[in-house]
Every structure is written in structure tokens, then in C-alpha cells.
Design a protein around this ligand. Structure first.
Ligand SMILES: O=C(O)CCC(=O)C(=O)O
Ligand SMILES: [Fe+2]
Length: 267
């Protein structure tokens, strides 16, 4: 679907239910909410997180650091799933403790979404266990994210979440941005399962992503500002350009399960 230029990047002060629906339904590509947090708070939070949290790295993207684990990383075996659910709540508490007396950015976002959506928002559960939300992504010098999609039905098929989520948004709060690079790129294109398979077959070495040289260029590019909240439909192909230095964001996915249902959150 063609998206009017003015709706490609919508910069707004407050998110309303209609704005979220616009992203879920692909009527706009990206919502940019600058000053969701103020710069000084972000700088203090960045230091606290940097000094107190234990950094791991994505198994399929070893240059990108992360605090906590993405749900899809843990589904390979019963063992990794059990380990994940033993820690999932702890990671939320740890981030909250680390940020104190400032508010943990994911707590702020959770309350915000709960307020703007008529049926509220809630953490996703799997087999009666609450998921982790609030993954911190840490791009150090030169790290980038290659063009990819985040689709729960592909990433974690046959799970409780994938069965009830109909549409998916990625939410990021940027606590630190690099001097150069670190731009978020979005394509007005959600690769179908067939396109996905074809691109993967051409470059199986690209693990989670597509080879940029095999696809057209992106439709929008945004250099996030410190403290901004950015929302986009994660079915659309998206990427992050290489960072000159540290880039830190707190992220989660927001699932739409129906008009009269709460939003579902996970990382
Ligand atoms: O860090 C960003 O700007 C976006 C990262 C990403 O791929 C996502 O949120 O799904
Ligand atoms: Fe992504």
C-alpha cells in the first residue's frame, strides 16, 4: 500500500489509540515521540545501566550487546526455556533497581501504553509464566542491524503469543545515540514468507537478516534523538546503520490481539 509522504514519519507529542492503530494497520511507517524522557535523565540512566547491568550478546548477532534475553532466543529447547523463565521476572526487577530513584524506562512505557489503549496492556504469558520485557540493546562502535523483520509467528511459532497476536509493533526508547550513524531505516515492505525464504536461501550466512545488496533501498531513515520513543510495525523490513560509538535503547514488542483486547508486551 502506498503511504502518503506526510504519514511516513509522524512526529507527535502524545500517542493516541488512533496513532497506534495507524502503525498496526500500516497507514504510517514510523511514529516518533521526541522527549519521552528528558536528556539529563537519559544520561543518568545510561550511566547506571552501563555500570550495573551485565551485558550479553545476541547469539545470532554477536556485535550487538543486550541486557536480558529476547524471547525468541530461548525457544530452541525446554532447558533454555526453563532457564529463561527462571530469570525473566528477575531481569525486570534488576533494571528497576538499577534505575532507582529514576523510573525504569520500560516501566514508564508499560504504564503509558496501559493508559492510551482502552483495554490496557499486559505482559505476555507462556504456559502461565510471565515473559521478560524491556530488553536493553547496546550497539558499540561499528555495530549495525542488517535488514530484518520481527514476526512472532516466524520467530517463535506455536507459542502462546504467536497464536493470539495479530499485528506487531517494535517500541524503542533511546537513552544514548551515537555521534554518527545509528539511524533506523524502515521499508514500506513486509517480505512475504516466500520472499523471506528466497532471500534467506540466497544468503544463509546472514542468519537473522537479509543481504542489503539483494533488496531495494529503505523508504525512511530516522536518526533517533536522545529520550525519544519510536514505534514502527516490525513486520516491515527494518535495519540500523553502523554506529560510530555507543547507542543504547530499551525495547519491547507490542502485540495487537483485537479491538477489545489488551495490548500484549514482550521482548
Ligand atoms: O534499535 C533500533 O532502532 C531498532 C532495533 C530493532 O530492530 C527493533 O526494535 O526491532
Ligand atoms: Fe528488529
Amino acid at each position: 500500500m502506498e503511504i502518503a509522504e506526510k504519514n511516513k514519519i509522524k512526529t507527535i507529542k502524545e500517542v493516541k489509540r488512533a496513532d497506534l492503530l495507524g502503525i498496526f494497520e500500516n497507514r504510517s511507517l514510523l511514529l516518533n515521540i521526541p522527549d519521552f524522557f528528558d536528556e539529563n535523565t537519559c544520561s543518568s540512566l545510561t550511566k547506571k545501566i552501563h555500570n550495573n547491568m551485565i551485558l550479553g550478546f545476541y547469539e545470532n548477532a554477536p556485535k550487538i550487546g543486550r541486557i536480558g534475553k529476547a524471547f525468541y532466543e530461548t525457544i530452541a529447547s525446554k532447558k533454555t526455556q526453563n532457564e529463561y523463565f527462571e530469570s525473566s521476572q528477575q531481569w525486570i526487577f534488576e533494571l528497576r533497581r538499577c534505575c532507582f530513584p529514576l523510573i525504569s524506562p520500560i516501566d514508564s512505557l508499560r504504564v503509558y501504553l496501559d493508559d492510551i489503549w482502552p483495554y490496557g496492556s499486559t505482559l505476555a504469558s507462556v504456559n502461565g509464566k510471565k515473559i521478560f520485557v524491556g530488553l536493553a540493546r547496546y550497539f558499540t562502535s561499528e555495530a549495525s542491524a542488517e535488514p530484518h523483520q520481527d514476526i512472532i509467528q516466524r520467530d517463535a511459532p506455536d507459542t502462546d503469543i504467536s497464536k493470539i497476536v495479530k499485528r506487531q509493533i517494535a517500541a524503542n526508547v533511546y537513552l544514548n545515540v551515537p555521534n554518527q550513524g545509528g539511524e533506523l531505516e524502515i521499508w514500506n515492505w513486509a517480505a512475504s514468507d516466500e520472499e523471506f525464504k528466497n532471500l534467506k536461501d540466497k544468503r544463509p550466512d546472514f542468519s537473522y537478516a537479509f543481504d542489503r545488496n539483494l533488496i531495494r533501498s529503505s523508504d525512511v531513515k530516522l536518526k533517533p534523538s536522545i529520550g525519544s520513543l519510536v514505534l514502527f510495525n516490525s513486520n516491515n523490513v527494518h535495519a540500523v546503520t553502523p554506529s560510530s560509538d555507543d547507542r543504547l535503547s530499551i525495547s519491547c514488542f507490542i502485540g495487537y490481539c483485537g479491538q477489545n483486547k489488551p495490548l500484549l508486551l514482550w521482548s
